[in-house]
Design a protein around this ligand. Structure first.
Ligand code: PAF
Length: 312
């Protein structure tokens, strides 16, 4: 197991990547905020599979202040440098880019930022104003510094993934964005760096999120309304769970349900085909999100996750 080379400045990163680019390899990039777990390791495996054994895989570890709102967990966000490096080493990562805040934002908060548009005002954006502007701004900066051919993001942060794809398309950034399936604990809880905030009881309560999504996913089109109703009733009475939203959207995040209220049996406007069920809830002081793909109407062979076995 070889340790990755660590770059903490733009200059060091450019020097390290220069030689790999000279050799004509495609490079793959996994942006992270550290506190790496098996879910991140799986993103690194996807990155390696995308570019092959000889090409550089770069991981960034940077807790981006720009995407945290006032009162959020920027200060207590877990920082686990030694174990993060071990995860990267085990996955054969070549370069870890771990810049300081000053290195990324030398003049403080940047004057020019990425405006994520209306998709950032729904779901997560409704509760976390400014969050996606912060995410897209740092991702655009990191793309500019790393200049990857491929970048891998988890489907767990589905809205983030959709917005990053949109940014890359709308701003012609020329990076292939790959969305990797969510890894789950045995009881279905989506792996997340924030799960460490949960105590034993909260950890048990948190499993309600994936259980709910699964019930909605398994309901099929005919049972969707009843499944959403049942899920909402169950979650509202579930101890310790404070539901923010349970929504059904198209894969591009067009809202089909708002907070679930608008899905009606026999709704002629309800599209068929691939859709997404998304949930967010607070367990104690910890906000958790999760999502699953589902199919509205008859199963569509065009649903990519029907072929890949889906994110279950
Ligand atoms: O998903 C994350 O960890 C962060 O939002 C990202 C993409 C690394 C940007 O800071």
């Amino acid at each position: 197991m070889t340790s990755p080379t660590v770059a903490s400045t733009r200059g060091e990163l450019a020097e390290l990547l220069g030689s790999a680019r000279g050799a004509g390899h495609r490079s793959a990039f996994v942006p992270t905020m550290g506190a790496l777990h098996d879910g991140h390791a799986s993103l690194m495996q996807v990155a390696r599979a995308e570019v092959g054994a000889d090409a550089p895989v770069v991981v960034s570890i940077f807790v981006n202040p720009l995407q945290f709102g006032a009162g959020e967990d920027l200060d207590r966000y877990p920082r686990t440098w030694d174990s993060d490096l071990e995860v990267c080493a085990r996955q054969g990562v070549d370069v870890v880019f771990a810049p300081s805040v000053d290195e990324v934002y030398p003049g403080g908060t940047p004057m020019v930022t990425v405006s994520p548009g209306p998709l950032a005002e729904v779901l997560e954006g409704r509760t976390r104003p400014g969050h996606f502007a912060g995410v897209l701004t740092v991702v655009a900066k990191l793309f500019g510094l790393v200049r990857p051919d491929v970048a891998v993001f988890g489907q767990k942060d589905y809205q983030q993934l959709v917005l990053i794809r949109r940014m890359v398309a709308d701003l012609c950034l020329g990076v292939d964005v790959v969305g990797a399936p969510t890894l789950r604990e045995d009881d279905g809880l989506a792996m997340s760096s924030r799960n460490v905030y949960l105590d034993g009881e909260q950890r048990r309560q948190a499993a309600a999120l994936s259980r709910t999504l699964r019930a909605v996913q398994d309901a099929g089109a005919d049972g969707l309304v009843a499944a959403l109703d049942a899920a909402r009733t169950e979650l509202r009475s579930a101890e310790g769970v404070d539901l923010d939203y349970l929504a059904i959207t198209t894969p591009e995040l067009d809202d089909l349900t708002s907070r679930g209220e608008r899905v009606e049996r026999d709704d002629p406007d309800l599209p068929t085909g691939p859709a997404r069920a998304l949930i967010a809830a607070r367990i104690g002081t910890t906000r958790l999100i999760d999502n699953l793909p589902l199919t509205l109407g008859p199963p569509s062979p065009a649903h990519p996750e029907n072929h890949r076995g889906g994110d279950r």
